[in-house]
Design a protein around this ligand. Sequence first.
Ligand code: NAP
Length: 253
Amino acid sequence: MGVLAGKHALVTGGGTGVGAAIALALVAEGAVVTISGRRQAPLDETAAQSDAITAIVADVTDETSVTALYSQARAVHGPVDIVVANAGAAESAPFGKIDQGHWQRMLDVNLTGVFLTLQAALPDMLQKGWGRMISVASTAGLKGYPYVAAYCAAKHGVVGLTKALAMETAQKGITVNALCPGFIDTPLLDKSVQTIMDKTGRTADEARTALAASNPQGRLIQPREVADTAVWLCSKGAGSVTGQSISISGGEV
Ligand code: NAP
């Protein structure tokens, strides 16, 4: 029996990339998992890989949608023990060209989405006196990169939220941590590669090599590496780890 048997985990953005890898890794440790995202098709594809996964369409930027997600998830699997606020998106533009729409979209999905997702999980965890809150931030929450000021601001916000909420919940059996990966091989990275190709005329291979070069290990992070860290944070051995923003970046930061 896995170390997370009997636990209900909710993973936003769980249909693709890092979120799907985290959902499957939690299932492998015995948890039942609710995954969510805006598109049904990728959610169904991931849920088809295990009977322990339930897919529910929801938009993390919309409070009503997040509330509905939690009530549906609780109706299927009971109170939420573990939440992984993973849904996110990255848009790039030079700072002078960021309009308010771009700025707001990045804050909405990457910061407000995390706030709404974690806040909705809190009552269940307080009731049980046990909980694990994990956000997928980024190395962009720990350092700056050019052309992604709004994304960086939002991810730094997640790091701050993590520290504050960890202090509020420290004596309640709840830990709150952020994962800060470098460039990961996922659909989100494919979009960045396409942008580099469009703007610079580089090939896809050249663009991927350029992104991998920011990692001192000279490679892209694999989703499974982020998932394994999430599983560890849910394990007994990580009970005293809270308020941390853990770099998973081959030493980049
Ligand atoms: P991804 O495959 O594009 O995953 C993003 C997920 O978020 C998708 O499943 C997407 O599903 C969901 N999502 C986006 N907007 C949403 C919304 N408004 N409501 C609900 N779900 C939404 O890319 P990924 O790389 O796995 O990204 C996962 C997390 O890792 C993100 O927070 C990202 O910022 C972070 N990260 C990625 C990298 C990287 O290099 N890939 C590096 C560091 C951190 P729908 O489109 O169906 O909603």
